[in-house]
Design a binder for this molecule. Structure first.
Ligand code: NDP
Ligand code: HSE
Length: 574
């Protein structure tokens, strides 16, 4: 969660994402949906995620309700049918938590979504906006079951088949959202169904009526009518891309759009993070191709379903795998730095979570990236799944930064909390290792070296320089004994004083701290800018899924940027 506080703080922009049953096919699709939400949240936006029921569920519920009640006007059927959307909303909210997104699922009655008319085909008319805004203020994402509302008597009603589209457009209009995006399994509106017709042409822009005429099966026409009547611009796009058809008041002729090539990924490291990244890449064979996986031990038995032939211990063979991007999730700083440098030298993009490699060779790597026109992304290296570097960049974009403080090590935060609960140091450390939070050698966490590397990367993002005096307190037995008596937090801080930077990583009492409520593996930062504004960001700071989320978001952004560049290139060529 990224937030801005203070007198000048306005609510961050709101994006409404609607996930239909073409993307919410079953529970296996939940990680994809979470990633789409995550990549919007990390840009500092609030998200409402409107869900459809999983594929086939609404039909099954309708059949059951017809068999059970009076077929022609069963007033209680909508409440039963609505459970399809309510279940998927609850599951999306739970899946968000795994990646560190602060989420809540709220049902139509809780949000006061009112609708009038036919109970199976009602039209939304009102909403308790204050309730939804309060939920958005407290969470990264509010998940709302689509298709459902209540009538004046409090009875559940439905918004017609495909009514989740109408819920999304209605909420976007009621709350003045920046964007409303209907997320489908196609990248926009085509003149014919592209799954059935070869050579179907895609609209970059189409008007509301035209969209209803060509895509009545893809979009709910009542939602389009609602949008047209209120001037709501609607996007239709697929997961993992910023490309979309814009549905508004004007149309452009459709054009042929070649399916974009897959991003070939060479993955260095197959441990806690690497195996998570591989799993996510394999789930998107349409968008990504795993070219090679570099490991240290060729004999180790490996989790997951990767073909053995993909693994190599040969660095040169790995680099020759003709990848578009190298992902560095190695636990070895020297090996990671060398690999990233060689990839960048070859013009190959790099996504890295290897903070020690990054900080040890920062200038060389950024210089190589600039010289060879490659990109170096490293969101996961600081804060795991918590968008801390993104918050620093956003704050710096507004005004010079005066001070940053944060909890930057999930393992230490986790251990301190367990100590306060009465566990021994050894028990707490073992639990952090079992949860995949600690480094391969946990001494980097305990000595403060891990937090220091992150503080230095933050310093570069905030002030343009890594070097400053930082006094680092390690987590010793003495501190651990203290933490058993009183709740402590490890706080990393960097302050600009005149022309100098001063930093420290120290243990402070949790009580009264800005980070008192940051539990377990959570990380967070508080950034104060020279104009007095306070920016905050938090999330899960370590572990397989939060870190994978952040690496995956960098990969999706790289792919999306390549697609946009290719589109632009095609326009210039035309
Ligand atoms: P693991 O120890 O679980 O996995 C490390 C992987 O790197 C293993 O697959 C290992 O191979 C491979 N490896 C290590 N050295 C070499 C080498 N010299 N050549 C080839 N392969 C090598 O680490 P994590 O997945 O936990 O962390 C990976 C990186 O991500 C680290 O840099 C860490 O700091 C960073 N990170 C980790 C987070 C976390 O929560 N775990 C969060 C944010 C960042 P093999 O399997 O054969 O041993
Ligand atoms: N070991 C690190 C931590 C992993 O516990 O914070 C995330 O960088």
């Amino acid at each position: 969660m990224i937030e801005l506080h203070g007198a000048a703080a306005a609510r961050p922009p709101l994006v409404v994402l609607k996930f239909g049953s073409s993307v919410l096919r079953d529970r296996a699709c939940l990680p994809e949906v979470v990633s789409e939400i995550y990549r919007i949240v990390r840009t500092g936006r609030r998200v409402i995620a409107v869900t459809s029921a999983f594929a086939g569920v609404t039909d099954a519920l309708m059949r059951e309700s017809l068999a059970t009640g009076c077929a022609h006007d069963n007033v209680n059927a909508p409440a039963y049918i609505a459970t399809g959307e309510e279940v998927s909303a609850a599951l999306v909210a739970m899946a968000c938590d795994r990646s560190g997104l602060c989420s809540i699922a709220l049902k139509a009655p809780e949000l006061g979504i009112r609708a009038d008319g036919d109970p199976q085909d009602a039209t939304p008319t009102a909403l308790e906006a204050a309730i939804l805004n309060a939920a958005l203020d407290a969470h990264d994402v509010v998940v709302v079951p689509g298709f459902v509302a209540t009538d004046a008597s409090g009875r559940t009603v439905l918004l017609g088949r495909g009514g989740s589209d109408l819920t999304a457009v209605f909420l976007a209009h009621a709350l003045g959202a920046e964007r409303v995006r209907l997320v489908k399994d196609v990248d926009g509106v085509y003149d014919r169904d592209p799954a059935e017709a070869k050579g179907a042409l895609r609209f970059e822009q189409i008007d509301w009526r035209g969209a209803g005429e060509v895509a009545g099966r893809l979009l709910q026409t009542r939602a389009l009518d609602f949008a047209a009547a209120r001037g709501v611009v609607v996007e239709v796009g697929e997961i993992g891309s910023d490309e979309a058809t814009i549905i508004a008041d004007k149309a452009k002729p459709p054009a042929f759009r070649a399916r974009p090539p897959k991003l070939r990924v060479a993955l260095a490291g197959y441990g806690v993070v690497g195996a998570g990244v591989a799993q996510r890449l394999l789930a998107r064979p349409d968008a990504f191709e795993l070219a090679s996986v570099l490991v240290r031990d060729g004999e180790k038995s490996r989790e997951g379903a990767l073909p053995r032939a993909l693994f190599t211990t040969d660095r040169d063979a790995f680099l020759d795998a003709d990848a578009d991007v190298v992902v560095d999730v190695l636990s070895d700083a020297r090996a990671g730095a060398g690999l990233s440098a060689e990839a960048l030298r070859r013009g190959v993009d790099v996504v890295s979570a290897n903070k020690q490699a990054l900080i040890g060779s920062h200038d060389v790597l950024t210089q190589l990236a600039a010289t060879h026109g490659a990109r170096l992304l490293h969101s996961a290296a600081v804060g795991g799944g918590a968008p801390l570097l993104e918050a620093v960049a956003a704050a710096r974009g507004g005004a010079p930064i005066a001070m940053i403080e944060g909890v930057l090590n999930g393992t230490v935060n986790f251990i301190l909390e367990r100590l306060a609960m009465g566990q021994t140091f050894e028990e707490a450390l073992r639990a952090a290792q079992a949860a995949g939070l600690a480094e391969a050698d946990p001494s980097a966490d305990l000595s403060g070296a891990d937090a220091l590397a992150k503080l230095r990367l933050i310093s570069i993002a905030a002030f343009g320089v890594a070097s400053c005096d930082v006094c680092v307190e390690p987590l010793t037995q003495h501190i651990a004994a203290h933490a058993g008596r009183e709740r402590l937090k490890q706080v990393a801080r960097i302050v600009r004083e005149a022309d100098a930077l001063r930093g420290g990583i120290v243990f402070e009492r949790a009580e009264g701290s800005a980070f008192a409520d940051l539990h377990g593996d959570r990380n967070g930062v508080r950034i104060v800018t020279a104009d007095g504004r306070v920016h905050t960001a938090r999330g899960r700071g370590a572990g397989r899924w939060p870190t994978t989320e952040s690496v995956f978001a960098d990969l999706v952004d790289l792919r999306s940027a390549r697609l946009s560049a290719a589109e632009e290139g095609m326009k210039v060529a035309v």
